[in-house]
Design a protein around this ligand. Sequence first.
Ligand code: AMP
Ligand code: MG
Length: 311
Amino acid sequence: MPSKQRDSRHHSDAPGGPVDRIAELIAPLRVRPGTKVRLPRDFDPGHTGDLVNKRAGAELLQRGVAMLADYQARLAAEHRRGLLVVLQALDAAGKDSTIRHVMSGVNPQGVRVHSFKVPSAEELDHDYLWRYAWRLPARGEIAIFNRSHYEEVLVVRVHPALLDNEKLPPSVRTRDIWGHRFRAINEFERHLSETGFRIVKLFLNVSKDEQRKRLLQRIDRPEKNWKFSAADLQERQFWDDYQQAYSDMLSNTSTEWAPWYVIPADHKWFARIAAAATIVHALMELDPQFPSPDPQARRELAQFRRALEEE
Ligand code: AMP
Ligand code: MG
């Protein structure tokens, strides 16, 4: 029986194994840097790759979740790199349930989830990246941003009144403000990547019809009532504006160092597989290693062993 550590090695080497499957699955979801995206034309929320149903994907999901747990342990032990997962979506696209399923096998000590809501008065007194910056992962950690700095070019763009709350001096509130934000965000992420932090950006892409069904479920099922918010219905009125803002965001902030992945979200089971696969793929590329003791440390360990044996 190979150890957990050997297990993932073994599979990363096998041609046609889960590693190849993962790369193949996520390739069409990546937004090639520099391409102009137009939603919904360019990405189908109902896409399920070559998987016909939930059952067909179950094994792959299980495998992905297990690999994630293994890589997270190595990332923590290595303690050099960190991983930031950015999760963006419209309401009812499945952000919460994706986090719950994808991270189900991971040691809770190694992962932090931050959910960003309407900014507080203190947060509004700072530049808009401040509140995100101080929740970034430390080395060895995975941080998940449930909503993120991208809200600053999404909800804030769709509702200009929110920009008024940000107290910008008139001289910096120009027509180019969104272009400036795209540039600042790209540079912020480039800085992170140049200092050892990997960024995985997932947009859960739900269709307008599927969102309607899910909002109806929140009304019809008592155990889901708590999730329903009148604000969701209000935001739905701005559907086209959001598609436009998301399209512009994807076109301007998918970079070589932090590309966007558009996760088809009309089938929750596929969204989970695709999200897990994208995160595993990034960790595979990082390939964190358990540190091996240097000769001096090994000699010391041998001495400790003798001392314990002679007790
Ligand atoms: P939920 O994710 O359903 O708990 O809702 C959080 C709410 O906070 C959403 O309506 C977001 O649009 C809002 N929100 C998140 N970030 C910002 C931001 N930077 N500025 C304004 N509203 C935000
Ligand atoms: Mg909500």
